[in-house]
Design a protein around this ligand. Sequence first.
Ligand code: FAD
Length: 254
Amino acid sequence: MNRRNTTRIPVALAVGRCLWYHVASLCRAVDLVHVALISCTPNPEATIAAAARLSTSAIGATTLLKRMRPREVERLLAFLLRSGHLSPFEHASFTFAIEGISRVTSHQLVRHRIASYTQQSQRYVSLDELIYVTPPSIADRADMAERFRACVTNAHAVYRELAAAGVPGEDARYVLPNATETKLVMTMNARELMHACSLRLCLRAQWEIVRLFEHIKVEVDRVAPRIATELKPKCYNLGYCDEAETCGLLPTLP
Ligand SMILES: Cc1cc2nc3c(=O)[nH]c(=O)nc-3n(C[C@H](O)[C@H](O)[C@H](O)COP(=O)(O)OP(=O)(O)OC[C@H]3O[C@@H](n4cnc5c(N)ncnc54)[C@H](O)[C@@H]3O)c2cc1C
């Protein structure tokens, strides 16, 4: 039986529930995350298609790129995705300026190894003002939010005291919390973006990294809409949930 056909209706329902979940969570927290696509491979989708066509063509990629019509690009990308021939997707890269995420999330992000990262240094940039991320589960509760704010503010005050006493920034930073905001530049190719999104747009991933990859998807959509449609949780392709603890969007396997 074709799993794609059997799961079409649950996937549509899941999309609805997924949208509701994210709208609800966005309403509960101030979104500090900012993502800007600062550069990418020119004609990313045509470049992937030309690379794929080259493997069975007597002519070179430059000529193929000139001749290729949008419909053929679309057809080739669909074929590659259907058949799991994903290596041509590595020819399109995207560079993002990412700001307003916590160190918790940057730590999770850099676990994706097929990418390049440059992160603002806490050794060389002194944090005169502390910008930090408050999780919605804390922001939602006034008493806990106040405790959290006091703790973060205190940690920052100690950081400044240490710095004023001559402790180098590289050591004073040990006292800063995981909530501290960070900035980085990340370059990732389309294949790895699809892979990272399959894990990080899953609702079992943490809310902040889910939100980060939602922003990344919006940016990719501006220049490569066909690729952007492939930036989705893994269950959309599987047709079921393979997590030990499911969010309930799609059925688990018996
Ligand atoms: C919900 C969630 C919870 C998590 N919880 C934890 C946790 O508790 N503790 C923890 O340590 N991590 C945790 N992680 C991180 C996770 O284990 C991975 O490190 C992270 O998701 C990066 O993904 P990846 O390993 O697939 O590969 P990427 O680095 O994104 O690489 C992509 C793919 O390339 C291949 N590849 C890359 N490098 C190698 C290599 N050296 N050898 C062979 N193949 C390679 C693999 O096929 C890999 O899937 C969690 C991730 C998620 C999504």
